[in-house]
Design a protein around this ligand. Sequence first.
Ligand code: GDP
Ligand code: MG
Length: 446
Amino acid sequence: MSRTRVYKVAQELGLSSKELIEKLEELDINVTNHMSTIEADEAELIMEILGGEGKSGSSENNAGKENESDLEVIKFAGILTVSELAKLLGKTPAEIITSLIKKGIMATINQEVDIDTANEIAFECGCEIEVEAEEEEEIEGLEIEEDKEEDLVYRSPIVTVMGHVDHGKTTLLDSIRNTNVTEKEAGGITQHIGASVVNISGKKITFLDTPGHEAFTSMRARGAQVTDIAILIVAADDGIMPQTVEAINHAKAAQVPIIVAINKIDKPAANPDRVKQELSEHGLLVEDWGGDIISVPVSAKQNENIDTLLEMILLVAEMEELKANPNRKATGIVIEGELDKGRGPVATVVVQNGTLKVGDPVVVGSTYGKVRAMLDDKGKNVKKAGPATPVEILGLSDVPQAGDQFIVVGSDKIARSVSEKRKDKIRAAQMKASQKVSLDDLFQQM
Ligand code: GDP
Ligand code: MG
């Protein structure tokens, strides 16, 4: 479904975003800020009500896309740091840092800025930044072939739990894991790799353990999307809170289906109906309100209705028709990276396509290696990992970052040379940034 930004609607109406947001509030339509999105037909309706010409809503290609006369669109490839953003907008890093502080974000010059925040600042300069995937065509050995339809088979869903702090993300994940522990495993799950696979009568679901939308956003800012389904957890005694709204916006921006888990229904103050009402105010109409969003009342703490939630995840996964080709070299995403004292660089990855095997030469972000060993989510040594499987891998030459892509390549030599080229590129970019910074510093001192 096509969506349009609040500020664009405001521009169409000749209003400031703030004025529009106030008017929307009067209409009981709540949006977070000028970068929030609204559905195109809703935008059209708003423009009609508020007396616009309906210019933008009427032609299809306007609703989600850029209007030439609008903002200047700046395309950007790579990681958007404070200094990159400054360069793009023709400002000094100090000015960007000041703008960020005003938004309550403390940032240093080399810190990454998420795209929404970057665009809030860009918008004030009359620009919009679009992050493009970095083109890599000059590096040999990295070509990823498209899969043929007949090679694709069903794969299990990869799920992230998001929601406001203390609404029960950790408890829910624990409860899901425990539901699934077989008797002989019980007490044996000590190893923990940042993702877990649960098995429901033969079908699997992969849960990412980095709950919260921070991981989700920072990965997406780097062009990596691992999540297929978002579980939005809302405490029934607390209702929709600021981070719930953020989570909703992130899931919508990523176009990931949402399942709502209304948690803490064991509490006397629980009011699931109020949660549903509040959800509707944020554009999420649950099924018993005539919408198509699945909501499941649960108690993560008392293990109530967790099985229903898991069934619903499988149901949504089925509708999503998630597919992959297990018979190819693996590609996937790093969800965690760390330096282990005894084992060296360790990365937890989720295979997105293909099958990862021990011995595979692999490029991971700007680092590389040969998979020396793999551990599954139960801490068991495995020789291979198929689509949607999370594994910890050993054998990399350096620690990769969350959001880095991994690609199995044809040989150790290719892996090393790709990594070297990428490192050169990063070094060159850093050099450029530091030169720019010192010039800025110089001007500031004058
Ligand atoms: P997170 O910040 O979203 O990860 O939330 P936690 O999982 O840490 O939970 C916050 C608090 O709520 C903890 O004290 C949990 O024990 C409690 N909690 C979580 N789920 C439930 C529930 O279903 N019922 C009740 N009564 N308390 C819960
Ligand atoms: Mg937690």
